[in-house]
Design a protein around this ligand. Structure first.
Ligand code: S3P
Length: 421
């Protein structure tokens, strides 16, 4: 396949959730351009409407207006967070600072994901939480109130836990300090809170928030999602010729660990027209096909590429040698057991991959991948293996290609478009 042309990817998922939630806490109307309109972003918009916030429809290409009242209102019904772990965990932080009860639930995948990593520290701050499901999962009811400050060593590096606790501190106006065990997860919450005047400092591995700021309506243009861009980047690297430009992508260093790994593997991804927008670095990515070699990805690199492991693993199947991803046990509790399914699907397509403890080993092959991919509704698995299906001689069937809409509406059409050039 040849690639070519200039494309855009949808707005960043992490920033879209955070923009909606922070606009909801302001009194007045915020305007958010470039927002992601995927199913996950709609989950945040939907639950905020139930909490008394006016959110205009999320339509591609349209600015979204969010009118908040400074506080959320008691919801009449359960809040269905769909497939979205980010909606659930960040919202729990905000709800912990509100005095009414709210019941949160989600789809089958979300109801299997661990919530005690956020509920335990929120309870320590003073929130009351009742679990209705299996231990430590949704559905649950939170009743917030007057919180006290928190100093907390997180069990895993996670921007959802960090963001939840920082938002709880910011909304309840109490100091919060958190520390991550391995590497630094995405820092969008810190950057956004600083824009509202909160003091957020990084000291000796701790992220410390002082509640010095106040939420106010804002205007923002959400840049393209690097985690979505990673899929066309992967397709371009596997192509036989041409060059692809992806414009306006967020290149925050805590998000683009995959570009550093790809460089080690021998791929060339050039950043051009770098600029700063709303305190986030944004650039065009220019990618060419490349021959890849294996690499070792260390545990401290994982937080900055946590969502890109499916596509990196797929690319590792086309590299010479065996690529190792160290300390990727967190993948077991993503939208699916990603660790198990990455390895099983690579093997189902005739490749070699193994999950041993918390490490993932993927060996390269020149044989064409052939077989059926089981996604269990996991959008990133669907997209990664669809990309693998573009190599010469491949015959890859993905069981649920439509689940890409969780984060990347129009993914298949876009991939088809860049291949036709
Ligand atoms: C996200 C954080 C990551 C990531 C998810 C989005 C966020 O999860 O996998 O897609 O926006 O904070 P963890 O922080 O739990 O690793």
């Amino acid at each position: 396949m040849q690639v070519g042309g200039t494309i855009r990817v949808p707005g960043d998922k992490s920033l879209s959730h955070r923009a909606l939630l922070l606009a909801a806490m302001a009194q007045g109307t915020s305007h958010i351009g470039g927002i992601l309109t995927s199913l996950d972003a709609r989950s945040s918009a939907r639950v905020l409407r139930q909490l008394g916030v006016d959110v205009s429809p999320l339509t591609a290409g349209r600015v979204v207006k969010v009118t908040g009242r400074g506080r959320l209102r008691r919801p009449a019904e359960s809040l269905d967070c769909g497939n979205s772990g980010t909606t659930t965990r960040l919202l729990l932080g905000i709800l912990a600072a509100h005095r009414f009860p709210a019941r949160l639930t989600g789809d089958r995948s979300l109801c299997r994901r661990p919530m005690r990593r956020v509920t335990v520290p929120l309870i320590a701050m003073g929130a009351r939480i009742t679990e209705h499901g299996a231990s430590g999962t949704l559905p649950l009811t939170i009743r917030g109130g007057a919180l006290t400050g928190l100093r907390h060593e997180m069990p895993v590096s996670s921007a959802q836990i960090k963001g939840c606790l920082l938002l709880a501190g910011a909304v309840a106006r109490v100091p919060v300090a958190v520390r991550e065990p391995h590497g630094r997860s995405r820092d969008h919450t810190e950057r956004l809170l600083r824009a509202f005047g909160f003091r957020v400092e990084e000291r000796d591995g701790w992220v410390e928030l002082e509640p010095t700021g106040a939420f106010a309506p804002f205007q923002m243009q959400v840049p393209g999602d690097p985690s979505s861009a990673a899929f066309p980047v992967g397709a371009a690297i596997l192509a036989e010729g041409g060059s692809l430009r992806i414009t306006g992508v967020c290149v925050n260093p805590t998000r683009v660990g995959f570009l550093r790994v790809l460089e080690r593997m021998g791929a060339r991804v050039r950043l051009e027209e770098l600029e700063i927008r709303f305190d986030e670095p944004v650039a065009n990515l220019v990618v060419q096909p490349a021959s890849l070699r294996a690499t070792e990805v260390s545990e401290s690199e994982i937080p900055a590429l946590i969502d890109e492991i499916p596509i990196l693993a797929v690319l590792a199947t086309r590299a010479t040698g065996t690529t190792v991803f160290r300390g990727v046990g967190e993948l077991r509790v993503k939208e699916s057991d990603r660790l198990g399914l990455i390895a099983a699907n690579i093997r189902a397509l005739g490749g070699r991959a193994e999950a041993l403890g918390d490490d993932l080993f993927v060996s390269g092959t020149e044989a064409s991948p052939r077989g059926r991919v089981v996604t269990e509704g996991d959008h990133r698995l669907a997209m990664a293996f669809t990309v693998l299906g573009t190599v010469p001689g491949a015959r890859v069937t993905v069981d649920d290609p439509a689940c890409a809409a969780v984060s990347f509406p129009g993914f298949r059409e876009l991939l088809r478009k860049l291949r036709q050039v």
